[in-house]
Design a protein around this ligand. Structure first.
Ligand SMILES: [Zn+2]
Length: 183
């Protein structure tokens, strides 16, 4: 399964590693190496080793807390104190270190703890600041991805024009049954 980075925000791309949340929930971080691959592909860190199952469980718990808090920002509902505490704890550690090598080249170094701290920091910045008001949920069912609407008009409806937008616009899509939905 390949990862998509279309939410326009690191924390929201992380939240989207649990896909199709309201229908066929699909865990994209099934194994520790999935988390390694995601962190590298997301550009959080250059390489990452020694990810244990306990680390993966911690990463997923942080992800779910971020998702619930982001959703509460969208819906204007209450946010959970434990979720807030989880994000704060993750961000309390030192994040991934950036070592500039040359103009145009920076090395990103750290372990699991640092990666989770970077994600916690990213989520704190998003959820604690004005950008939280730009969080939207994709309207192309059954996609449940949250994304940041940076469009000037503030009318972006889909996480990705290429996937969800074109899927919704295609007549063929409308004829398909639920079983045929792309994963
Ligand atoms: Zn979508």
């Amino acid at each position: 399964m390949s990862f998509a980075f279309v939410s326009d925000h690191l924390a929201l791309d992380f939240a989207a590693t649990m896909a199709w949340r309201t229908t066929r929930r699909t865990e994209l971080l099934a194994e520790p190496h999935d988390f390694v691959r995601w962190a590298v592909e997301a550009g959080v860190v250059d390489e990452l080793d020694a990810v244990a199952r306990a680390d993966l469980a911690e990463a997923r718990a942080l992800r779910e807390a971020i998702y619930r808090l982001a959703l509460s920002a969208v819906e204007g509902g209450p946010s959970d104190g434990e979720d807030i505490a989880l994000v704060r704890q993750a961000a309390a550690h030192s994040p991934v270190r950036l070592a500039l090598q040359a103009v145009g080249r920076v090395e990103r170094r750290g372990g699991v703890r640092e990666v989770l701290a970077t994600l916690g920091t990213s989520a704190s910045d998003l959820l604690g600041g004005p950008e939280r008001l730009l969080i939207r949920q994709c309207t192309a069912e059954p996609c449940t991805r949250l994304f940041l609407d940076r469009s000037r008009a503030g009318t972006r409806r889909w996480c990705s024009k290429r996937s969800c937008g074109s899927r919704i616009n295609s007549a063929a899509y409308r004829r398909r049954t639920r079983e045929d939905l792309p994963t």
